[in-house]
Design a protein around this ligand. Sequence first.
Ligand code: SF4
Length: 212
Amino acid sequence: MDENLKAANLKSLADAAEALKRNGFGAKVCADRAEAARHVLSLTGKGRRVGLGGSVTLEELDLPRRLQEAGQEVLTHRPGMDPARRAQACREAQAADFYLASPQAVTRDGKLIFVDGSGNRVSALLHGPGAAIVVAGRNKLVRDTEEGLWRMRNVAAVANNIRLKKKNPCVETGRCMDCSSPERICNAVVMLWKRPRALDFHVVLVDEELGY
Ligand code: SF4
């Protein structure tokens, strides 16, 4: 990558981290996914219960495996679970010591935007376990909340619909149609302007493109 572009990316991430800190979040910039994974593992410690929201970013950091290898109990729902088992797995994840997820957008002034279909993920990030850790690649950094909401609908949600093989109209059009489909995955939006009082909150910004 061009050195000037690399420096500009790092400065944008560092500025966002400072803004996140002003908003009450813990924040750190990591050079790549390997450093980010090590940082998450250092935050969670050993012998703890870690709940995971569905996240391509966390998969790309290989965190489910790394956490288990580090002796953590990983609690998450998985594809193919029947509805009752899935609901139970979501409740267990929400009651863990830590909850890990990835936002759909991080604004330059330190706000976080999440979208959810079932609500389990966003509720854990509002009043869930004792601490939340969220990881975002540089591709999720946006100018402001307007651009963040646009990104959430037209980039993140569309890519996730394709990944999950949903029969929603955005899969065909490539942009959000604000559908009323029974399979709609965008039902609850949470925007964190500041850290919710009930939990510790760490944001890990990574100088790599990760997830959607
Ligand atoms: S609201 Fe519907 S059309 Fe829009 S991104 Fe979500 S699932 Fe796709």
